[in-house]
Design a binder for this molecule. Sequence first.
Ligand code: NAD
Ligand code: MG
Length: 411
Amino acid sequence: MQQAGPSLVTKVANTLASGAVTAPKRISILGATGSIGASTLDLISHTPDDFEVVSVTAQSSVEKLARCARMAGAKRAVIGDETLFQALKDELSGTGIEVCAGQNALCEAASDPVDCTVAAIVGAAGLKPAVAAVRTGGRLALANKECLVSAGEVFMQEVAKADCELLPVDSEHSAAFQVLREAEPESIEKIVLTASGGPFRTWSLDEISKARREDALKHPNWTMGAKITVDSATMMNKGLELIEAYHLFPVRTDQLGMLVHPQSIVHCLVSYVDGSVLAQMAEPDMRTPIALALSWPRRMRSPTKRLDLAEVAQLTFEKADEVRFPAIRISRDAMERGGTAPAVMNAANEMAVAAFLEGRIGVPDIAAVVEETLDKAEGRGLIKECCGLDDVFGCDLRAREMAQDIIEAIQ
Ligand code: NAD
Ligand code: MG
């Protein structure tokens, strides 16, 4: 993976130059009941005349989905778990909102030709619907970073083929997108993503090994879904984000770095060949990057707390510690290895995080499961060039089985 990835910035810049971009109006939200889904719906509720919500989706939370659909005045509500069709239908009876269920229905909802689809499903489970949205064209506001980790090259090829306009929602990537706006790829020296350091930033290895579920779920700066909160605690989140950045921006893997910044005010720094460093700042609130992805190239008003640097007083930065947070090294290795390695890593991590959340393994076991799965996958010839989505799905499935065996051996 030493070549520069395809340039999202150049692509969007070209679209802008052609005057083809208009503010999105009709939107669908995949994963509407989650943290990103809630932030998106909150933003929309502040300017309801500017948006028309077509579909909202969720996996299993019937009541929450029904509430989202009613509040947003959505045309359709889709539940991934087929067995919950009748329950959702009952919840929405008399509203006129169309009800659908099942994995195919999720993809069909994602294929609706809307102005913008917000991809906010968590995990590789969001890949098929996200690809369905990409193939329809229009704008994809991508929060679901696991799509780019698992299927990066293939996903970006789909984006290019469909002429989909991909806008990152992840705060660091939204920051990089803004900072890189006018940049020529040759002028970029380095992209540095910041990390809060999570709840264990100052914990010793011994303390981390005894950490409980509730400790990992106590993020200092962000309120997010459980999976990404645990990823932030292990710092795997930043590893996933490096891979995400590699696919989004025109840089090589050695031009990507990370810096721990406990205040989460500076989200990304870009160094240029002339020695300039440009950074983006904002209060840690996902409504800011979501607003950008919905309204770009305009900026919509967002009801977030305004940044007051005098109040923040101090912005501090430190190096990430790869000894206490081995996920950083593991993810960098997988990024450099390329091919199917990131898909295997992501699948193993999803399994390990789920096992941790169920109380079956400890925090240090998460990285250990991921590393052992990668080793086993290498031994069995699973780490190879990635030739398409079927390769990604196949590797994802086999890596999950391997990770499951490793988890069971730990218990
Ligand atoms: P969440 O757990 O709060 O919500 C996940 C959503 O996905 C829910 O609506 C759920 O019903 C749906 N879902 C879960 N499993 C599914 C499946 N198998 N099939 C279909 N739908 C399914 O997650 P979140 O924190 O909102 O994160 C969503 C995505 O955005 C993740 O990829 C995360 O890494 C990324 N992200 C989140 C934040 C944040 O602040 N929460 C920030 C940056 C990036
Ligand atoms: Mg992020």
